[in-house]
Design a protein around this ligand. Structure first.
Ligand code: B1M
Length: 214
């Protein structure tokens, strides 16, 4: 018989938010360690979702529904995480670059990173280079995720990297770029540290850039 933790992972995979929340409550009542609920339940479930998305077994709606189930259960355990001593995988600030209002892909990337155990600062859309510089300086993020959906806003990625250089903080942060018109070649051309073609790959790339085991 599957354990409650396995059930929780399965409810996340299925995107069954009410059942995931109910199971999280039951696990908390049984004093199951919060680290296990997060790592063996919620993150384990989202890892499967990421794999299924990559292999085209899942499409965007399934990922969004799974991420919602994960997030709602995460809200229940969030207040307990600090006491449980769960280490975040790292802090990543994610935003759609200046002039660009597309946020569906960026939101997916944010949710997948959260689902993988990263602390994520969602900077929203139309984020200028100065704001990216400020988040590096003030919040000490280890990685920046830049998203662009328009060919006309791709140069804003280069401008952001230039601004990081001018502010003297380029070597403090890894820069990952993505979005439909992006390519690895473009990422290389503008001096980004990494490119990810989709939200699940963004998790792998963030882990790789921060030196974490995939
Ligand atoms: Co816009 N739009 N749009 N639009 N829009 C596109 C992108 C376009 C391709 C449509 C077309 O002409 N066929 C075209 C761009 C052409 C180009 O530049 N090559 C376009 C245009 C031209 C425009 C406007 C200029 C239209 C106008 O007003 N004349 C305008 C621009 C506004 C602006 O941004 N300043 C505009 C506006 C809009 C809406 C507001 C109506 C709406 C956005 C709503 C929103 O996001 N809240 C919209 C939409 C929805 C689209 C399409 C239809 C869908 C985009 C989307 O959400 N895809 C799009 C056409 C299309 O793609 N079929 C289009 C789903 C999403 C999950 O995919 O964002 O690619 P995507 O994200 C993927 C990967 O790319 C990757 O992971 C995600 C999931 O796997 N990824 C990353 C994304 N960011 C990443 C970051 C990473 C790593 C991976 O690391 C940090």
């Amino acid at each position: 018989m599957p354990s409650l933790l396995e059930n929780l992972a399965q409810y996340v995979i299925e995107g069954n938010a009410p059942k995931a929340k109910e199971t999280t409550d039951a696990l908390l009542e049984q004093h199951v360690p919060v680290a296990d609920i997060v790592n063996k339940g919620l993150i384990a479930g989202m890892e499967v979702v990421g794999r299924k998305f990559k292999s085209n077994e899942f499409y965007i709606p399934e990922v969004l529904i799974a991420a919602r189930a994960m997030k709602q259960s995460m809200e229940k355990v969030k207040p307990l995480i600090a006491d449980a001593g769960i280490e975040s995988k790292g802090c990543v600030a994610v935003g759609t670059v200046q002039g660009d209002l597309h946020d569906i892909g960026k939101n997916l990337v944010t949710m997948m990173l959260e689902g993988a155990g990263f602390e994520v600062i969602d900077m929203g859309t139309d984020v200028g280079p100065a704001a990216f510089v400020a988040v590096v300086k003030e919040k000490g993020v280890q990685a920046l995720g830049l998203s662009a959906l328009l060919t006309t806003t791709m140069p804003a990625m280069k401008e952001t990297i230039n601004a990081l250089q001018e502010a003297g903080v380029r070597d403090r942060v890894k820069v990952m770029v993505g979005g439909a018109p992006l390519t690895q070649a473009y990422a290389d051309e503008i001096g980004a540290d990494g490119y990810a073609p989709d939200a699940a790959s963004a998790v792998d790339k963030a882990k790789e850039l921060l030196g974490l085991a995939a």
